[in-house]
Design a protein around this ligand. Structure first.
Ligand SMILES: [Zn+2]
Length: 418
């Protein structure tokens, strides 16, 4: 304990004697103080007039001393077999930047005030943390506004400048789509972008896949006919989060335009204007399937989930939609078959109505959220000297959000985040 802390302690002791016995309040300065009550389980921290509440059990669990929290592993190492759920503070000292708690078993904990603030239990602080660090808030869009929300990023910027990398990933997470321009005309260029994030997601179509017209194909995406609006790989329980398509050669013929629709926008629209259909699309499981052989490897993938998957808060977690990859085993009651088909048709039609239509150029990498957006492509014709060719790869959201947070940490210089 430093001399100034000792002095504060003496001041606190005097103040304590003047207060009712069950309330002990520690003052520091005119506006900042900390209060804890012996009969309760929560400590009140007054930070510039804002009262933040911290349960004792949470404070004890999150002690930041090296005995309880490993500083380099950034992980809790407290021995839970010895953990006392009823620990209470015996003494509390607060100064400008930190809070020191001495527990009734003599253990001492120290917390930075900013660290506590970031973990505050108030709705405002929680929302701030959820929206910025956890996952940026998504903004939904109608295809009419596509040109406004579509951000364009330079390939060289993403490779060489982490601030531009951050901006690209951030835009991708908010709008579900962000375009990369001026990518070198090399089949390996996409790998460099993937490496800036982390790891590619390998599927039975390989780590990278080439999209061009292949008769007798293993997948209808490898044809030049209309590719109906869909998400990729809904038959994976661990569905790849983001789809990246590098356009090496675009067709000079009519057609070949991409269609992109924000499945969250459509789902919210259906929820508002067609609640019965929304219920069918969120309740009835569909069996998504992919069966075949690719490069000598057999596969038989099945996954069961509704078209619109909601989390326990009612927020959209994932969109599944693919006419070719929807299996023929209907999983709901027989009487909802026709109503479900009507709801499915409505979802399809609205996504087509709301879709943006545009054509990528050679050198573009179209990057989009594969569990949120639906994508498709209009029919086109190859010519001997103009064979449309794309290279694709997938990356998981776990890796993308992880990179986003690492970059945020790098630029915020905010040690209290972890
Ligand atoms: Zn500790």
């Amino acid at each position: 304990m430093t001399a100034s802390q000792r002095l504060l302690s003496v001041r606190h002791l005097i103040k304590q004697l003047l207060l009712p016995k069950y309330v002990r309040t520690y003052y520091e300065g005119r506006t900042e103080n900390v209060t804890f009550r012996e009969n309760e389980d929560i400590l009140d921290l007054n930070i510039h007039g804002e009262i933040l509440k911290f349960p004792y059990v949470w404070l004890r669990d999150n002690c930041q001393c090296a005995e309880c929290f490993h500083p380099t592993a950034k992980s809790r190492v407290v021995d839970w077999a010895k953990f006392n759920l009823d620990s209470k503070p015996k003494d509390v000292i607060k100064d400008e930047n930190s809070l020191q708690v001495t527990w009734d078993d003599g253990h001492e904990s120290r917390y930075k005030i900013n660290w506590l603030k970031l973990r505050s239990f108030t709705d405002k602080h929680r929302k701030n943390y959820n929206d910025t660090i956890f996952k940026p808030t998504k903004k939904t869009w109608h295809g009419n506004n596509f040109q406004k929300i579509l951000s364009k990023h330079e390939f060289s910027g993403i490779i060489n400048d982490d601030k531009q990398l951050f901006k690209w990933i951030h835009d991708l997470s908010v709008y579900g789509v962000a375009l990369i321009k001026n990518t070198p005309n090399k089949e390996t260029a996409l790998d460099s972008v993937v490496q800036k994030i982390g790891f590619p997601k390998k599927t039975h179509y390989g780590t990278n896949f080439i999209v061009q017209n292949v008769p007798n194909t293993s997948n209808v995406a490898y044809l030049n006919s209309n590719l109906q609006i869909h998400v990729d790989l809904p038959y994976y329980e661990y569905c790849p989060g983001v789809n990246m398509l590098h356009c090496l050669v675009q067709t000079s013929s009519r057609g070949g335009e991409n269609l992109l629709s924000d499945g969250h926008y459509t789902a919210e629209y259906i929820k508002t204007y067609h609640p019965e259909q929304f219920k069918l699309l969120t309740d009835i499981d569909v069996e998504w399937s992919d069966i075949g052989t690719e490069q000598g490897n057999e596969f038989f993938k099945l996954h069961r989930a509704p078209v619109i998957c909601l989390d326990k808060h009612g927020q959209i977690e994932r969109i599944n939609f693919s006419i070719p990859q929807r299996g023929s085993h209907f999983l709901g009651p027989i009487e909802v078959v026709k109503p479900w088909y009507k709801a499915h048709s409505l979802f399809f039609k609205l996504n087509m109505d709301f879709a943006a239509k545009f054509k990528t150029d050679a050198g573009d990498i179209l990057v989009f959220d594969n569990i949120r957006l639906l994508h498709g492509r209009n029919q086109y014709e190859d010519k001997p000297n103009n064979v449309r060719k794309l290279i694709g790869a997938y990356v998981d959201w776990d890796e993308i959000y992880s990179r986003l947070r690492c970059l945020q940490l790098k630029y915020n210089h905010n040690d209290e985040l972890v």
